[in-house]
Design a protein around this ligand. Structure first.
Ligand code: NAP
Length: 515
């Protein structure tokens, strides 16, 4: 069992007691008493009192007193540190954390704790700047102390260095050895979120967002509500969104909400992959080489949509033909034999949203006059999908050369932003960022252009009702919002990930709640 552990990071005893009470009401199984973080030195009696209070709430207890030289705040003598840890052990703590260096340098002081009858010792090593070159050797040094739980934490340079933590957890899971391994920071988040699947002895989650004891720690509420901690097990299949930046992404909330709703044993995580083809390729190579991770699919977002396309092509995977023409992939599927395939659900999600509101099917796009405002990535997906279905598309863009380029790829008309006023379009789509939060007064078309026989679609989803849509609605047009596109593209991914129909109502609610 992996203990979901909440660090108690109080500066006063009073605050520590209230944190323990709050922790006992959360999803965690264990607390870590950080004795080094108090503003005033505490006594061995205080430690015993804290431990017994936590034990009354049925929480397991780890007692830690991290010295300054290992990234903590304790700056007293080692003999006193031993007394504090010992009083935790005598008070009924389940685990005592002792640094590998302390055991190696001051064994005569700390070794007696290894023989304490009622506690297990965590031998730890922390590296706040890098992944140590001698990662394996450090773990082997811990093995000199029989029966201990090994703990190694480090800061990865990027996500590819997080695989060292995952590998060591997997090896420990295979051999049955209790271990904690984590990569810190946002790039290391994968190691925290997969800790339970890989049977780590402990995973840490902060009591609140502000009370993290290390970089990258997720708060305990999100660990369970967003990352489905209670539902995870060894068989959980893993999905994620690859991007940079990725912290703002709503995709984990949408997909995990859908997994929960359909009772599908999956977990969807954010994956911060640095913005180069080289790091993207290394990341994918690492995933493909580790089928035991149970990674079955990814959403791909800025700036990796083209990188994903190139990777899948160069690795002999299947790419949906229209995704090739769009030159962007937003979905990767890895089947149970490790075969890769890639798709673009941006265009399919948008076409479905349009069809729903216009009460048409895709073949009805044939000959339909469509004006597309913008010529960026989203415009490209929509132009491709519409032209593929026979629509008569005109691209209107601020930078005319970009419009011309896009038009040449899909053999359609183009012009500047004002060109729209010369077109009798029945479907008008805003693919510019005009009107997006915070510049919500902006719009791409004058309100007197709208007529009630038009359908009007804004791909901008924040705010949900843009000025563009508000004015179109006032003119009696049918309107389609960006949230519909966003939900539909995620719903198409969900279907590909799971084989199940997506619970779109729930997915839409999650997006609206997040907005
Ligand atoms: P992009 O590649 O950067 O393209 C931006 C487009 O907006 C370009 O055509 C650009 O014209 C135009 N533009 C930007 N500022 C402008 C201004 N002040 N006046 C006129 N035109 C301007 O972005 P993208 O990835 O295509 O995304 C476009 C929008 O789609 C985003 O803002 C976002 O709100 C929305 N989106 C929606 C979803 C969804 O699921 N609903 C998903 C992704 C994106 P130039 O060529 O002249 O620069």
């Amino acid at each position: 069992m992996t203990l979901l552990t909440i660090p108690i990071v109080a500066k006063t005893l009073q605050s520590a007691f209230s944190q323990i009470t709050y922790a006992s009401q959360c999803a965690g199984d264990c607390i870590e008493l950080r004795l080094d973080l108090f503003d005033e030195p505490i006594s061995p009696e205080d430690v015993t009192h804290l431990v017994t209070t936590a034990k009354q709430s049925s929480l397991a207890v780890i007692v830690t007193c991290r010295p300054i030289w290992e990234g903590g705040r304790y700056d007293g003598c080692e003999e006193n540190r031993f007394l504090l840890l010992q009083s935790g052990a005598n008070g009924g703590a389940d685990y005592i954390d002792i640094e590998l260096i302390a055991l190696e340098n001051d064994g005569e002081i700390f070794l007696p704790l290894l023989d304490h009858p009622n506690i297990d010792v965590i031998v730890s090593n922390h590296n706040f700047d890098t992944l140590p070159d001698d990662f394996e050797a450090r773990l082997s040094r811990m093995d000199k102390y029989r029966g201990v739980i090994r703990k190694l934490a480090y800061m990865p340079a990027d996500i590819t260095e997080s695989f060292s933590a995952l590998d060591s957890l997997y090896q420990a899971q295979q051999s049955g050895q209790p271990q904690i391994a984590m990569a810190m920071g946002e790039s290391g988040l994968i190691s925290r979120l997969l800790a339970k699947k890989l049977s780590a002895k402990v995973a840490f989650a902060s009591l609140t967002v502000q009370q993290a004891s290390a970089l990258g720690q997720v708060d305990v509420v999100r660990m369970d509500a967003l990352y489905l901690w209670s539902k995870q097990n060894k068989d959980t299949l893993i999905y994620g969104v690859i991007g940079a930046p990725i912290g703002h992404s709503m995709s984990p909330a949408i997909h995990n909400g859908a997994f929960l709703e359909t009772n599908f044993n999956g977990l969807y995580i954010p994956l911060l992959v640095a913005p180069t083809q080289a790091v993207f390729d290394q990341f994918m190579d690492n995933i493909v080489a580790r089928p035991w991770l149970g990674m079955r699919g990814f959403s791909v977002t800025i700036p990796h949509k083209q990188h994903a396309l190139d990777y899948i092509i160069s690795h002999g995977g299947h790419v949906e033909p229209l995704a090739k023409r769009i030159a962007a992939v937003n979905t990767i599927i890895i089947d149970d034999k490790g075969v890769l395939s890639a798709f673009n659900t941006d265009y399919s999600g948008s076409l479905d949203a349009i069809c729903e509101v216009m009460s048409i099917v895709r073949s009805d796009f044939k000959g339909l006059p469509v004006a597309i405002m913008g010529a960026g990535g989203v415009a490209r997906a929509l132009v491709a999908g519409l032209v593929d279905n026979g629509a008569k598309v005109t691209i209107c863009n601020r930078t005319i050369a970009t419009a011309q380029q896009l038009a040449a790829s899909f053999d359609c008309a183009y012009g500047d932003m004002d060109a729209i006023y010369d077109i009798d379009a029945k479907l008008i789509i805003n693919c510019t960022s005009l009107g997006m939060h915070p510049n919500t007064d902006n719009t791409s078309v004058s309100s007197d252009y709208f007529k009630k026989d038009m359908a009007v679609f804004d791909t901008v989803y924040n705010p949900q009702e843009t000025r563009f849509l508000r004015e179109a609605k006032a003119a009696g047009c049918k309107t389609i919002d960006g949230v519909s596109m966003f939900v539909n593209q995620a719903a198409d991914q969900f279907k590909m990930f799971t084989g199940l129909d997506a619970p779109k109502t729930i997915m839409r609610k999650v997006v609206e709640a997040n907005l």
